[in-house]
Design a protein. Structure first.
Length: 429
């Protein structure tokens, strides 16, 4: 008989519970897409009966909802001592049970479900938990030294943290940064100024030793690659970029001549970008540069690196040489390509990252094989295998639309085209 009653209760109440949770998920709306556990906690509280949804406490948080990487916080996110005043905005008479108006979180979970001080709700503190607590304390100490520029003390603290958690990714990355700040010399580079990337410890601006070329650091991060407006650039997808250096200017004929006996450019001039070069030509010149400069590591940028350096650019007459402003002849309305020519590098405005002529002037070879998206550096497109190589940025013969930073073009690696040239990148040692 007892089993029959139990079976009846399960049969009767489980569907009701499922319906209640489903209703709560619907009431929570888009929040339930990610914050399932929090929504279920909230669904068991009295807030649901009072029709208090996530948005009542946290705001519409449209920026947070749109940004799926959790880089934008909700409109309202009370924590610690800010919780009690926020609760009081509804419970102005204090706690319905105790009348208390401070430290609501001492009795209630932030979603009003559990008592955080109830020992039955807490797991026993394990040795691993104690180690992690000590690790966090030491890491906080290390970050304090970093903020004060005390690199030696920061190194010692990070070493202690890495002993507590061998192989920890955060401690390893911070140790790499601190080590670079202790010894900022990069072989083959001379730092310009005293600006460093706070994440990697690398100088933001450098000059190549014995080679009159400035490069800038592109810091690590994720970016959305591609464009839904361009069929060959679909789908838009997230790509991770590691730190790398990229030349401020396209490679000039003067610098090219220092690396190669032949200058294949059609329009001659030391300050003009070298052009009419093939991908294979570029590889030969880069090999000679790597043999001359300590540390080597020079190369063409990958397709993803190139686009990450150009993201946010809006090509215009102010920052790009293209069909509307690069003519050197005036015959008729229709002009052949030889009526246009590249211009000296760095004579337009730079983009937001301090790079000149990234779009327009000459199109730039990338290291990548031309393959469909999504971009994945591990799928063979960065190998030396056969196939078309990517060209980016548009050129002096192109219309403005062709200069879109997401636009993709390609050609045979052994083919010389008058408007194709080179911008160098360098791997971080």
């Amino acid at each position: 008989m007892a089993r029959q009653k139990l079976a009846f209760l399960i049969f009767f109440f489980l569907p009701l519970l499922a319906v209640a949770q489903q209703t709560a998920l619907q009431q929570a709306g888009v929040c339930s897409r990610c914050h399932v556990a929090q929504v279920l906690e909230w669904s068991a509280s009295k807030h649901t009966a009072a029709a208090i949804a996530c948005q009542n406490c946290h705001g519409r948080s449209e920026g947070h909802v749109v940004n799926e990487r959790n880089q934008v916080k909700p409109d309202r996110l009370p924590q610690n001592q800010a919780i009690a005043p926020f609760c009081a905005s509804c419970h102005n008479a204090g706690c319905p049970k105790t009348g208390q108006k401070v430290n609501c979180q001492s009795c209630h979970h932030v979603h009003a479900l559990s008592n955080p001080n109830d020992q039955r709700m807490r797991p026993a503190e394990s040795p691993e938990a104690k180690t992690f607590a000590e690790y966090r304390r030491v890491m906080d100490q290390a970050e304090g030294h970093v903020s004060r520029g005390q690199w030696g003390q920061a190194r010692d603290a990070l070493q202690a943290a890495m002993k507590l958690r061998p192989g920890d990714a955060r401690a390893t990355a911070r140790m790499r940064m601190v080590t670079r700040r202790l010894n900022p010399v990069i072989r083959g580079f001379a730092a310009i100024g005293n600006e460093f990337d706070p994440a990697s410890g690398l100088p933001l601006r450098v000059r190549v030793d014995g080679f009159d070329m400035e490069m800038r650091l592109m810091t690590a991060g994720d970016f959305d690659m591609g464009s839904e407006r361009l069929p060959k650039s679909q789908p838009v997808h997230s790509v991770r970029i590691e730190p790398f250096y990229i030349a401020v200017n396209e490679l000039t004929q003067k610098l090219w001549s220092a690396l190669s006996a032949e200058n294949p450019s059609i329009h001659k001039g030391d300050a003009l970008p070298v052009h009419n070069v093939s991908w294979d030509d570029a590889q030969q010149a880069i090999a000679k540069l790597n043999a001359k400069i300590a540390g080597a590591g020079f190369r063409l940028p990958t397709e993803a690196e190139w686009e990450s350096a150009a993201r946010g650019d809006t090509p215009s007459t102010a920052n790009a040489w293209f069909r509307d402003n690069s003519a050197i002849a005036t015959q008729g309305a229709f002009r052949e390509s030889n009526a246009y020519a590249p211009r000296p590098v760095g004579t337009r405005q730079p983009n937001a990252r301090g790079l000149y002529d990234l779009t327009g002037n000459i199109a730039e070879w990338c290291s990548s094989l031309y393959q469909p998206y999504p971009y994945d550096a591990r799928d063979g497109r960065e190998s030396r295998g056969p196939g078309l190589r990517v060209i980016r940025g548009g050129a002096y013969t192109d219309g403005l639309d062709a200069l879109d930073p997401a636009a993709r073009h390609a050609d045979r690696p052994n083919r010389r085209i008058p408007w194709n040239g080179v911008r160098l990148a360098r791997t971080v040692e």
